[in-house]
Design a protein around this ligand. Structure first.
Ligand SMILES: NC(=O)c1ccc[n+]([C@@H]2O[C@H](COP(=O)([O-])OP(=O)(O)OC[C@H]3O[C@@H](n4cnc5c(N)ncnc54)[C@H](O)[C@@H]3O)[C@@H](O)[C@H]2O)c1
Length: 113
């Protein structure tokens, strides 16, 4: 039995990195996951953006745990896309009592300039 059996958790930035590992860990505790990610250039950054293939890999890894995942490509800064994603997934998976806000980028520039 997991601590999140039967719960649905919405994870932003789920395509890779910390978001992916949060999604897997939450699934190991029994949660179904909504994995949300922009899968592309979200801002001017000096490193590679994540891709739809990255989000697919998260889907595969969470599926291995066995509790189910729905992935959605969208931008957290664009409220309608997050709203449509949550509404659609809530219909598929049920009410969403948990959210892990993780999406973000890092600028390599000094704050002085
Ligand atoms: N890794 C670290 O050491 C560290 C330290 C402090 C804070 N953080 C923060 O934690 C978060 C995750 O870090 P990470 O290392 O896993 O980064 P990462 O770049 O590997 O993953 C971030 C994911 O968020 C997605 N994303 C970015 N902007 C988005 C948007 N507007 N809408 C939807 N998805 C979006 C990206 O596509 C990417 O898949 C980031 O917000 C980062 O700033 C990371």
């Amino acid at each position: 039995m997991g601590q999140l059996d039967g719960k649905v958790v919405f994870v932003t930035g789920a395509a890779r990195g910390q978001g992916r590992s949060h999604a897997i860990r939450l699934a190991q505790e029994g949660a179904s996951i909504i994995g949300f990610d922009v899968c592309g250039e979200a801002a001017k950054v000096q490193y590679r953006s994540s891709s739809p293939e990255d989000l697919k890999e998260t889907e595969r890894l969470v599926d291995e745990v066995g509790y189910g995942i729905v992935t959605v490509i969208g931008d957290v800064r664009f409220r309608p896309s997050a709203f449509v994603a949550t509404a659609t997934c809530a219909i598929a998976l049920g009410p969403i009592p948990g959210a892990k806000g993780n999406a973000g980028t890092v600028s390599g520039r000094s704050f002085l300039y």
